[in-house]
Design a protein around this ligand. Structure first.
Ligand SMILES: [Zn+2]
Length: 260
């Protein structure tokens, strides 16, 4: 049977691969900030310390079958696990439908996965690990050579703009407020975004990320009655901005350019 006879076969495989990769991303989000190995040992239930059997570790499906509880002790499993698996499965499918079986698909999907990991690690721990941001920066620059989508000049301009703008903002914030408002992690993260998305992608990511962050910030301050010091993980919003830029960026940039 040829793939032409089964046009859905490769996309279905891409989606399934994304679900499995999402499951691995959950492990990275949970273990990387704690300095634990992401390849071993196998996962245990945080409630009863029983090993999670492989048949209870099937992305999304196990969560549904077990109705969100541990098989042994009924401890609730966070809804976040299947949500992240579904999101990364969808990202894989979307990137595959866009690029087909190609290096472009692999690179785009890897970038989006890294952003998802940063979004949740920053949300949980307020850190953006170098092992993702700096490795990503190096990988993004290395890949700008073989890929046609982005030139090395654009990638370097993106690194300079992304890292430079965030560095300037954090310096300014420090001078004015005398407190560290933004970690250096945000600077490295935006440099990585620049390496993958170029300088236009950096601008759109910053715009979308700041816009989302401001809205959420106002809602949080309104709901909690907190003051402006309520700390929001900026990397979380930058990551959301970067993913939105990947999937909705080209039409937004085309539309914006047409205004002038
Ligand atoms: Zn348990």
């Amino acid at each position: 049977m040829t793939s032409a006879a089964l046009p859905w076969l490769l996309p279905a495989f891409a989606a399934a691969f994304g679900l499995v990769w999402g499951s691995f991303t959950n492990v990275v989000i949970h273990r990387l900030p704690l300095g634990e190995s992401i390849v071993s040992p196998r996962s245990r239930c945080p409630g009863c310390r029983n090993l999670v059997a492989s048949y209870d570790n099937i992305p999304v499906a196990s969560f549904i079958v077990l109705r969100g509880r541990c098989r042994h002790c009924q401890t609730r499993i966070s809804f976040r696990y299947p949500a992240i698996e579904l999101a990364i499965g969808a990202a894989s499918l979307l990137s595959f439908l866009r690029h087909g079986p190609s290096l472009e698909y692999v690179v785009e999907f890897a970038f989006v996965t890294a952003m998802v990991a940063l979004i949740f690690i920053d949300f949980d721990h307020q850190i953006l690990p170098d092992s993702i941001t700096l490795s990503g920066l190096a990988l993004g620059l290395a890949l700008a050579w073989p890929l046609e989508a982005i030139t090395i000049v654009d990638a370097l301009a993106g690194v300079a703009l992304g890292g430079g703008l965030l560095f300037a903002v954090s310096e300014l914030y420090f001078r004015v407020k005398k407190v560290e408002g933004m970690g250096f992690g945000d600077v490295k993260m935006m440099a990585m975004v620049g390496a993958f998305l170029g300088w236009r992608g950096v601008l759109l990511t910053l715009f979308l990320g700041s816009f989302t962050g401001s809205i959420v910030g106002l809602v949080v301050i309104g709901l909690s009655g907190g003051d402006m010091k309520t700390k929001l993980p900026f990397g979380t919003f930058l990551g959301m901005g970067a993913i939105a830029t990947v999937y909705a960026g080209p039409p937004i940039i085309t539309w914006y350019s047409a205004l002038f």
